[in-house]
Design a protein around this ligand. Structure first.
Ligand code: SF4
Length: 668
């Protein structure tokens, strides 16, 4: 007998799609899109179509394991859960008694987006007094850039794009990372709205665009300032709106914009004056323009300033003034749930050391006072996905580092584990999901039995809390009770929440709380923000604007994996294709390379051996490597993150994955 279960895609993707799982005798036999989900409307991306192949994959971990060979070799022997928990609790207790609990570091990110399983370790590590992890690997600089200008103003409804008169996709490869939003964009295009794409190379999203503007990596802020200059020169700025709603327009006009004429903008961005004018006029005169800002342009040394300048452009062009106009960076539901009821920072004995996850390699290899002696990894795969990969792997290979990994598969990180614990997949545990790409929230129940002895993140940390003697009532709660705890805390976002529909598993809308139009300290759009070290948006160079190597490395997303997830799926290997470097015909010819040749991509951080693809989609001066590929047997370990640095963004300590230089030479 087949039963149908509603659930949510748990992956780090703004779409947070609704799933329907067909279950027979406790086993998921098929997964499809839920036609009743108000945003994803019954479709899924190629990664999650046939999600049952992930859930039932023969490579799933089923029993606790402990290391039985050299570090990193991936040789383990089976133990019971009781032995594994006792071993971990005992080692942590000994390390805390010797070096101090700050010698223990949790490392987790968005391997699952469920509010319970994603945040499952926080309370335990706070109670232990462990080092805290600054979870900055994605796009905190983007948030900082938006907040500098718009404070806590909620983002618009993304479905507004369907009625736009012009869609500008600025630095977003939606075909890979936001497919349902791209569906709405295509609907707008069918209704007559031109779609313009700004990016550093022709991504898969270019196929959905009427016009593609290619800009130099990291020059987005310079382009925004150049367009602001043209708005002033052409009399296109919305002066009445700015006088009524914004602070600092006169200062920006007088002190910053005169230096950003078209010639300098072309020199910095590569876009000529005619293209600059088209962009400025389009944004300023189209009746209902929808400007979508992506994450990638914030992953540079000037990332926050790039975003800040683009949001200032949206204000000055009147995009924020016109009904139907929108500047969208994501949905902003941060206040909808009081997560601290669950993560319990108050359990810390004192505010403990903070380690930036972007600098894990440095932390594992150089940090002192105390050195990190124990690492606990869950919902993350730093050996593949963290920058400065050489240092990360040298750190993970330390014999004196005690590493616990909780995973579904033997990932590149799991091979370095001293204790490797089997984790449930999302269809095997309950959770509560919100989205960073729409305003619906969904409660999912477990649909299927886990394989073997796999446990959810929360059940793991509850067991460890018991073994460590922590008796706070929180650690006695089940996952469903934690979800209820999160739903009980007051929030105006949930005042009109349909709790019965939520508890029945349906996606239900959060309501943006009423409040002022601009939720900034001044109540106005803050083009000038005196609380910041840089009160006005201005041009900042990116890290790699200077550097010895001739090619700017762009590490784009793949359509068939999500960071390092889905790389276990052999059926996705073929469409994803092998790890490869994509070069322009000019750069390939200059190096005597043709498609299919083996090459070495290298810089001061490392070397990566991989085949070449020569393509006109990549401009000269750029090398593109898409996807976070896993190690392959018989090949040298490592992926593109051997070449990405641990340098940080200008604000918020974010990653700078797109801000590196390399060179490429023929292999051998
Ligand atoms: S990865 Fe994104 S687009 Fe694909 S099913 Fe999950 S939420 Fe939807």
């Amino acid at each position: 007998m087949t039963t149908l279960h509603r659930s949510t895609c748990p992956h780090d993707c703004p779409d947070a799609c609704g799933l329907l799982a067909e279950v027979e005798e406790g086993r998921v036999v098929a997964v499809r899109g839920d036609p009743d989900h108000p945003y994803s409307r019954g479709t899924l991306c190629p990664k999650v179509n046939h999600y049952e192949r992930t859930v039932n994959h023969p490579g799933r971990l089923t029993h606790p394991l402990v290391r039985a060979g050299p570090k990193g070799e991936g040789t383990f022997r089976r133990v019971s859960w009781e032995e594994a928990i006792d071993l971990v609790a005992g080692r942590w207790r000994a390390i805390a008694a010797g070096a101090g609990a700050e010698a223990i570091l949790p490392y987790s990110y968005a391997g699952t987006m469920g509010l319970v399983q994603r945040n499952a370790g926080h309370a335990l590590f706070h109670r232990l007094g462990a080092s805290r992890l600054a979870r900055t690997i994605c796009s905190p600089a983007k948030s900082a850039g938006f907040q500098a200008v718009l404070g806590a103003t909620p983002g618009p409804d993304p479905s507004l794009v369907e009625r736009a008169s012009l869609v500008v996709l600025w630095g977003v490869n939606a075909a890979a990372t936001n497919v349902h939003f791209l569906g709405l964009v295509k609907a707008a295009r069918r209704a007559g709205a031109p779609v313009w794409l700004l990016d550093t190379y022709r991504t898969a999203t270019a196929a959905a665009a009427d016009r593609v503007f290619l800009v130099r990596p990291g020059s987005d802020g310079a382009l925004a300032l150049g367009l602001l200059h043209l708005l002033v020169r052409e009399g296109l700025a919305d002066e009445r709106f700015l006088a009524a709603e914004a602070l600092g327009w006169e200062a920006l006009k007088e002190r910053i914009l005169p230096d950003h004429g078209p010639a300098r903008t072309e020199a910095l961005t590569g876009l000529d004056e005619a293209a600059q004018l088209d962009l400025a006029r389009g944004l300023a005169t189209s009746p209902a323009p929808f400007l979508r800002i992506g994450e990638g342009l914030s992953r540079y040394g000037n990332g926050s300033m790039n975003v800040r300048a683009i949001v200032a452009l949206a204000a000055a062009a009147g995009v924020l003034a016109r009904p139907g106009g929108a500047c969208y960076g994501g949905s902003t539901t941060g206040d909808a749930f009081d997560l601290e009821r669950f993560t319990r920072p108050d359990l810390q004995p004192r505010p403990t050391r903070v380690v930036n996850m972007v600098r894990l390699g440095e932390a594992l290899t150089t940090l002192d006072d105390p050195p990190i002696r124990a690492l606990c990894v869950y919902a993350a795969n730093p050996a593949a996905a963290a920058p400065d990969q050489g240092a990360v792997r040298r750190g993970l290979a330390r014999e004196d580092l005690f590493t616990v990994v909780h995973e579904r598969f033997v990932t590149d990180t799991a091979r370095f584990a001293d204790v490797l614990l089997p984790a449930t997949a999302s269809l095997e545990h309950p959770d509560l999901y919100r989205s960073y790409g729409h305003y619906f929230v969904q409660r999912a129940r477990a649909a299927a039995a886990p394989p073997g002895e796999a446990r959810s993140n929360w059940d793991l940390f509850r067991a460890l809390a018991r073994a460590l003697g922590f008796d706070e009532p929180l650690f006695g709660l089940t996952t469903d009770q934690v979800i209820d705890l999160l739903l009980e805390g007051p929030s105006p976002w949930r005042d009109r929440l349909d709790r019965a529909a939520l508890d029945a598993g349906r996606a239900v809308p959060l309501a943006v709380p009423p409040g002022p139009r601009w939720r900034t300290p001044s109540g106005r759009i803050e083009l000038r923000n005196d609380a910041l070290a840089e009160p006005l948006p201005r041009w900042l160079p990116s890290h790699a604007d200077a550097g010895a190597h001739p090619l700017r490395l762009q590490t784009g997303p793949s359509l068939y994996s999500l960071n390092s997830t889905f790389t276990e799926r052999e059926d996705l290997d073929r469409p994803r294709g092998p790890l490869r470097v994509r070069l322009s015909p000019a750069d390939a010819a200059a190096r005597g390379l043709s498609s299919g040749d083996r090459a070495v991509a290298w810089n001061e951080l490392g070397e990566l051996r991989l085949p070449v693809e020569v393509t006109g989609d990549v401009p000269a001066g750029i090398a593109v490597v898409e996807g976070v590929h896993p190690d392959r047997a018989g090949e040298r370990p490592g992926n593109v993150n051997l070449l990405t640095s641990r340098r940080l963004t200008d604000e918020a300590g974010g990653s700078t994955f797109y801000d590196n230089r390399i060179d490429v030479r023929r292999d051998g």
